[in-house]
Every structure is written in structure tokens, then in C-alpha cells.
Design a protein around this ligand. Structure first.
Ligand SMILES: [Zn+2]
Length: 105
């Protein structure tokens, strides 16, 4: 782990930093919310979002509309998924209608 004051590497057991002398508060270190926020705000294009958007086009569209300003890369993945999902569902619906018409004849 690292000293929260100066960033100097310190051992897990140490109570004070060997470099600057700051007290190492283990509780504060593990509940550091700055790293948590940066993880939550991570804007990455991910194939997982595309697959999710393809399976649930409505969700993909909603996520795209919600994230397009804050997380453009993530939103792009959802948008791609939405397009793929929308086309797939449209083809399936079309095939279903065609089979239905053929069945009625
Ligand atoms: Zn230090």
C-alpha cells in the first residue's frame, strides 16, 4: 500500500509513513472514495455493453440516451448494441409474419 499523504510505499503493518511521518489510517485507505468514483465513471467502450444492448434494444437505447454526454464511449457501445438488436428483432418479426401468412394460406 501507499502513504495517503506523500504516496511513498509503506508496509501493511506500518502505522506511520517512513518517508513523511504521516500516520497511516488503514480504514481511510480502504474506504477511499476517490478510487471508487473514478471506477464508476470509467468511460470505456465494452463489447459486453454491445451484447447487452443487442439482447435488450430498449435498454441499449435508454443507456445510450442517458450516457451519451457523460460517457460517450460507453454510450457508443450501447448504441451499436441497440442497432444490432433492433435489426435482429426486426428480421425475426418479419420472419414470424411471413411464416404466419404462409401458415394461414
Ligand atoms: Zn508519506
Amino acid at each position: 500500500m501507499y502513504c495517503p499523504n506523500c504516496g511513498h510505499e509503506v508496509t501493511e503493518e506500518s502505522k506511520f509513513c517512513s518517508n513523511c511521518g504521516a500516520s497511516i489510517n488503514h480504514y481511510e485507505y480502504f474506504t477511499d472514495n476517490s478510487t471508487q468514483i473514478s471506477w464508476e465513471k470509467k468511460d470505456i467502450s465494452n463489447a459486453g455493453y454491445t451484447v447487452l444492448g443487442a439482447f435488450f434494444p430498449v435498454l441499449g437505447l435508454i443507456m445510450f440516451l442517458c450516457l451519451r454526454k457523460e460517457m460517450p464511449n460507453t454510450a457508443r457501445s450501447y448504441k451499436l448494441g441497440f442497432i444490432i438488436g433492433f435489426v435482429l428483432y426486426a428480421i425475426m418479426a418479419l420472419l414470424f409474419i411471413l411464416f404466419f401468412i404462409a401458415f394461414l394460406k
